[in-house]
Write a protein that binds this ligand. Structure first.
Ligand code: ATP
Ligand code: MG
Length: 477
């Protein structure tokens, strides 16, 4: 099998993908070309009165029919063509298409006046397209063959060895050109073909090279990110061990296992214990976000989203009651929505946003969770009438450790990591998260916040995710 693969594209998967896409693009373009050719014939004949001869009418429409026919055949076999260098592959299909197109075009040009044909420019267009796919030497050979065929036909015509098919409606006299004109035309035509091939080939080559460089930089960046996350996990784990030990010791002292402690000491120990708990919570969040970045997500859990959200809301009902908050669920999917996703990660997302709403809504407030489904995406909206987020800060709240300026740190505990984790997961699931404040539940002094999470139900995971684990053991809880 003829090897058409340019040497600079060996072992390069992207190349085959591009070839497949371009082949399909040519097929679609060819359907359009057939329609345009028919349009050219109709307008030429009936609007501009070009007076095509009977032979020309049969030839133009016959060639157009053939173009459509081979296009349908190529279109239907396209899917079965391999992407392997040694076999009949996408490049061979491109070459066959190019040969068929050039032959059809040569016939069309011949039947519409050859050197006088308004269609000859399409050869250049074909050369450029061919150069984007096939190796240079094939296109140079093709350009040579097209130039020779064009020159031969022109001179056979001049010598009356073959019939002339000028479009009658375009001319007043008989033969409009001298021999010198024909020679010049053919030479310039050939030069134009070769220059077009040269330029297009160079550009295609450079584009593939650039693409390859980009991909390799991306891979290096990804490796560096993985190394960074592993390093963070290592360090933070080391810090976690002594803090956990301090926490246990404080508990021993507080519970009187090492002798009696005065009330004042107990108070101080309680404070110290609280601070170590905060530090442990922070460590847990940092570990989770780093681990999430290394995690491969398998969308294999069958989830009925309505039931899933109801169950999560149940776990928050006591907390809502304590603060007299109305926790409302509006389900616009009629409990029909069943998806394949990752239960643990999805739960982490939804509970984080709901727990924030409950945390930042004052006594007697409202938190409304709304579920919708459209265009293969489901959206979960968590809307409240709490303290809201200052408009200038809405973009920053997804950054690690960021907490908005309007919170009261003595009441609202936290490390500012929850939403960073949420964003990380939502993006891994191929979705987006948006925040707006004030929300549609806004009241006087209660601007409220609205979080909207949109996740596609079909999603191809990132090819760089590196390993799969049991998330319940893997993530810190
Ligand atoms: P934790 O790490 O415990 O979640 P946190 O809740 O402060 O701490 P995030 O969940 O990341 O951290 O939220 C970041 C900030 O966004 C919060 O500190 C708060 O200022 C703001 N925020 C988030 N949700 C709301 C909400 N529903 N209403 C008002 N402000 C909010
Ligand atoms: Mg939070």
């Amino acid at each position: 099998m003829l090897n058409l693969l340019p040497e600079w594209t060996y072992h390069y998967g992207e190349f085959w993908k591009a070839i497949k896409i371009r082949n399909l693009w040519f097929i679609r373009l060819r359907y359009l070309a057939a329609v345009i050719l028919f349009g050219f014939f109709l307008t030429g004949e009936f609007l501009f009165h070009l007076n095509f001869s009977i032979e020309q009418i049969i030839a133009i429409n016959g060639i157009n029919f053939l173009i459509l026919l081979y296009n349908v055949i190529v279109h239907s076999i396209r899917k079965y063509v391999s992407s392997e260098p040694g076999k009949f592959n996408g490049l061979h299909l491109s070459l066959i298409q190019m040969i068929l197109d050039l032959s059809a075009l040569m016939l069309l040009v011949y039947y519409t006046g050859l050197i006088e044909s308004p269609l000859y420019m399409f050869f250049i267009f074909h050369m450029i397209i061919g150069s984007l796919i096939l190796p240079g030497y094939i296109i140079y050979i093709t350009a040579g063959l097209v130039s020779c065929a064009f020159a031969l036909l022109t001179f056979f015509q001049r010598l009356n060895l073959i019939e002339n098919h000028f479009i009658p409606g375009l001319y007043t006299g008989s033969r409009p050109h001298t021999l010198t004109y024909d020679i010049l035309f053919v030479i310039i035509f050939a030069i134009m073909l070769f220059i077009s091939v040269y330029i297009a080939n160079k550009i295609a080559h450079q584009l593939y090279q650039r693409e390859r460089q980009l991909r390799s930089s991306l891979e290096k960046l990804n490796e560096a990110e993985i190394a960074k996350q592993k390093y963070t996990i290592g360090i933070v784990h080391e810090i976690k061990t002594p803090i956990a030990a301090v926490h246990s010791i404080l508990e021993l002292i507080k519970n009187g296992y090492v002798g009696n402690v005065s009330e004042l000491v107990e108070q101080k120990i309680q404070r110290a214990e609280l601070r170590t708990e905060e530090a442990l919570q922070l460590i847990k969040n940092i570990l989770n976000i780093s681990k999430l970045r290394l995690l491969e997500i398998r969308l294999t859990d069958e989830i009925n989203v309505s039931v899933f959200i109801k169950n999560i809301l149940d776990t928050f009902s006591d907390m809502a009651k304590e603060k007299s908050i109305a926790l409302i669920f509006v389900d616009n999917t009629n409990e029909q929505l069943s998806i394949k996703s990752d239960k643990i990660l999805l739960e982490l997302v939804i509970s984080n946003v709901i727990s924030n709403a409950l945390k930042y809504v004052e006594e007697g407030g409202t938190v409304e969770v709304r579920l919708d489904f459209k265009e293969e995406k489901f959206s979960i909206e968590v809307c409240d009438n709490g303290i809201g987020i200052p408009q200038k800060e809405t973009d920053k709240i997804f950054e690690q450790f960021y907490r908005a300026s309007n919170i009261d740190r003595t009441i609202h505990e936290g490390s500012g990591m929850g939403l960073a984790i949420v964003k990380e997961i939502v993006e891994k699931l191929g979705g987006i998260i948006k925040v707006t404040s004030p929300s549609r539940l806004a009241q006087a002094n209660r601007p409220g916040t609205n979080f909207e999470i949109v996740i596609p139900t079909r999603y191809k995971q990132n090819e760089y995710d590196i390993f799969e684990v049991n998330k319940e053991d893997y993530l810190e809880s």
